[in-house]
Design a protein around this ligand. Structure first.
Ligand SMILES: Cc1cc2nc3c(=O)[nH]c(=O)nc-3n(C[C@H](O)[C@H](O)[C@H](O)COP(=O)(O)O)c2cc1C
Length: 371
């Protein structure tokens, strides 16, 4: 159970009062309610950042390495509230060019016994117009807000969807994520195959350069699946390096079901996230780190639910980290708890945050494959 420090007394109260209620609701209704509460809560500005936690990556200065992952604020409704919770950065989306409803409900499942989540939203998106309007309206507020973009399910040219969204949304975002790893849009993950990815990234990087000439540099990151084989990961990293993307996010949800899941809802179709994803996601992060050879930074995401898990991600090769599912089980106090634990670990090691990144990558890749 997270403890909210004094500056976030309002939040602590919301957290304590609403969590029992939220857990009794349908998970999608609970999520919508949380987002609305955050949007309208009188959250104070966070205290000045702890300089030990500052990170520079992709040409951007992050006040701390912990971000909120894509999917929490799909329509860019509350990025400023999420920054005020103490996240170092917020990734909104996935946004598709045209509105689409996604899959029928229910499509979000809480695996209480496993502290996992399964979702099969399938890019429910209001389309670019709403996101563009809201991101434009807050663009001068500062803070790092990235936008995660995806192709429409029925698109005839998925590459064109990414190019278009980079051209429209990058000017009002800090960075853009090319999401080719959602398991819930049929065929989307095929864009990770070498030839398709090479073609996609050539177009995406050309769009990045056009945007840069107009409004200044906007880093473009690729978000990959944890379900790639290692030979496929070799290809992904080689193509990403050759095409000079600015970073990779490792990783999205998994379609695998690790051994030992106890909740009956584990049989639902969709992408699994949260605690049961941690071993696979962290292994894939380390595997990516050793292949990237510091050509660009990585964002590590998947199953972070404590300071120890956050540190393990950094040590496996993440310069920045993100989380989502653990908020459901641990509450919003987890943000402050993780930051405090990272600061303490930096002090104990006697170096800087950067010194921790990738320390354990080789060791993690030598372990037996997580089951
Ligand atoms: C309900 C839900 C919706 C998500 N939607 C998106 C999405 O729209 N785009 C995306 O790139 N990732 C999405 N994700 C994946 C997360 O961004 C993250 O990669 C994954 O959940 C692993 O992190 P976690 O274990 O901390 O949740 C979603 C995850 C969840 C649980």
């Amino acid at each position: 159970m997270g403890i909210i420090p004094g500056e976030h007394a309002v939040l602590g109260l919301i957290d304590r009062l609403t969590r029992p209620l939220l857990r009794a609701l349908d998970p999608e209704d609970a999520h919508a309610l949380t987002l609305r509460a955050l949007k309208y809560a009188p959250l104070p500005r966070p205290a000045a950042g702890d300089p030990r936690l500052a990170v520079r990556a992709f040409g951007l200065d992050f006040p701390n390495p912990l971000g909120i992952a894509a999917g929490f604020d799909k329509h860019a409704e509350a990025p400023d509230a999420l920054l005020r919770l103490g996240f170092g950065f917020v990734e909104v989306g996935t946004i598709t060019p045209r509105p689409q409803p996604g899959n029928p409900r229910p499509r979000l499942f809480r695996l209480d016994a496993d502290e996992g989540v399964i979702n099969r939203f399938g890019f429910s998106s209001e389309g670019e117009a709403g996101g563009l309007a809201r991101l434009s309206a807050r663009a001068r507020h500062g803070g790092i807000v990235g936008v995660n973009v995806g192709a429409n399910r029925d698109s005839a040219d998925r590459g064109a969807d990414y190019v278009r969204l980079i051209e429209t949304l990058a000017p009002v975002a800090s960075y853009v994520v090319v999401n080719v790893s959602s398991p819930n849009t049929p065929g989307l993950r095929e864009l990770q195959e070498a030839a398709a990815l090479d073609d996609l990234l050539a177009r995406v990087v050309a769009a990045r350069e056009r945007v840069a000439r107009r409004v200044g540099a906007r880093p473009i990151l690729l978000k990959i699946a944890p379900d790639l084989s290692l030979p496929a990961l070799d290809d992904v990293v080689a193509v990403a390096r050759r095409r000079r993307v600015d970073g990779i996010i490792v990783c999205n949800t998994t379609i695998t079901r690790p051994k030992g899941l106890r909740d009956a809802k584990a049989r639902e179709t969709g992408g699994l996230s949260g605690k049961p994803l941690f071993p696979l996601a962290t292994r894939m992060l380390a595997e990516t780190f050793v292949r990237v050879e510091n050509a660009f930074p990585l964002i590590g995401v998947g199953g972070i639910d404590s300071g120890a898990a956050a540190l393990a991600k950094l040590r496996a090769g993440a310069r920045l980290i993100q989380l989502y599912s653990a908020l459901v089980f641990r509450g919003l106090g987890l943000v402050a708890e993780i930051k405090a634990d990272i600061a303490r670990a930096i002090d104990q090691a006697g170096g800087t945050l950067a010194d921790l990144v990738g320390l354990d990558a080789a060791a993690v890749t030598a372990q037996p494959w997580p089951e």
